[in-house]
Design a protein around this ligand. Structure first.
Ligand SMILES: Nc1nc2c(c(=O)[nH]1)N[C@H]1C(S)=C(S)[C@@H](COP(=O)(O)O)O[C@H]1N2
Ligand SMILES: [Mo]
Length: 257
């Protein structure tokens, strides 16, 4: 992201910097450089740091603590920056854990969104029924941890509208997603209810292109790219931490942008 576009407060920027998702990976070195000594960590944890698993567990505990701090700082009202149409990045970059040729090629005619967990109505949703709900569109920036970002235009159903429609328990902690590839993810309820968080059906006013999540993806501009699951097939509401594809490999779960 260029500084010109970075309208976040210095505090939010510092926080985002401090919460870099690769924290866990650089953590051991970073901690030592940052003034923590092995001895101090040993005293904190009361364990022997020759054991790499223990270090990983401490770093994971720190990351989960960071999730809670980030959730507290994120009021649920903070808006991500929006952009004019002439700022849209073309062509828009593709990313997934596999090349675009391997992306799921779903047929909207027999696709359904399964709904489960803490909801009153578990009837699966078709694309047609989703399109009949109120739609919102946005021009926002998607920021990938791999070091690129791009501005795109997405349209679809605000997740808040959808959750209200299915009678979700909005006091529950998490909304989780399953995808047609092996991808999965989850977000905190405050972020799920934020008005810019949408179940996107459209990209640049047309159905999502294949590779970019057709027929349904999450677009959540207050979080990093990997928190935007594509090719969604199931949504659930839960109080049990669902994790995510990258989160379960050490990336920070909250990952606000
Ligand atoms: N189903 C699925 N969703 C996914 C991914 C994936 O591998 N599979 N990759 C994530 C990552 S890391 C990024 S940066 C964005 C990229 O979205 P784009 O292809 O529209 O740029 O999708 C996210 N959603
Ligand atoms: Mo990403």
């Amino acid at each position: 992201m260029s500084t010109e576009d970075d309208k976040r407060s210095p505090q939010r920027r510092a926080l985002a910097d401090a919460m870099r998702p690769k924290l866990e990976r650089i953590g051991r070195r970073g901690l030592l450089r940052g003034g923590f000594s092995l001895g101090a960590l040993t005293m904190l944890s009361g364990c022997n740091l020759a054991d790499g698993d223990t270090v990983d567990r401490i770093l994971l505990a720190m990351s989960r603590f960071n999730d809670r701090v980030q959730a507290l700082l994120f009021s649920g009202h903070a808006l991500a920056p929006t952009y004019a149409e002439d700022r849209i990045t073309r062509p828009f970059p593709y990313n997934a854990f596999y090349p675009i040729d391997n992306a799921p090629d779903l047929d909207a005619a027999d696709w359904k969104l399964e709904v489960s967990g803490l909801v009153a109505d578990r009837t699966p949703w078709t694309v047609e029924r989703l399109r009949a709900l109120p739609q919102e569109s946005q021009i926002t920036r998607l920021i990938c941890v791999e070091g690129w970002s791009a501005i795109g235009q997405w349209g679809g159903v605000p997740l808040r509208t959808f959750l209200e429609r299915v009678g979700a328990d909005t006091r529950a902690r998490y909304v989780g997603f399953k995808c047609a590839d092996r991808y999965y993810g989850s977000i905190d309820m405050a972020s799920a209810l934020q008005p810019q968080t949408i179940l996107a059906l459209d990209f640049e006013k047309k159905p999502l292109p294949s590779g970019f999540g057709y027929p349904l993806r999450l677009r959540i501009p207050t979080k990093l790219g990997f928190k935007n699951p594509k090719f969604i097939t199931a949504l659930f509401v839960t109080n049990d931490y669902p994790g995510g594809y990258w989160e379960d490999q050490g990336y920070n779960w909250f990952s606000g942008s």
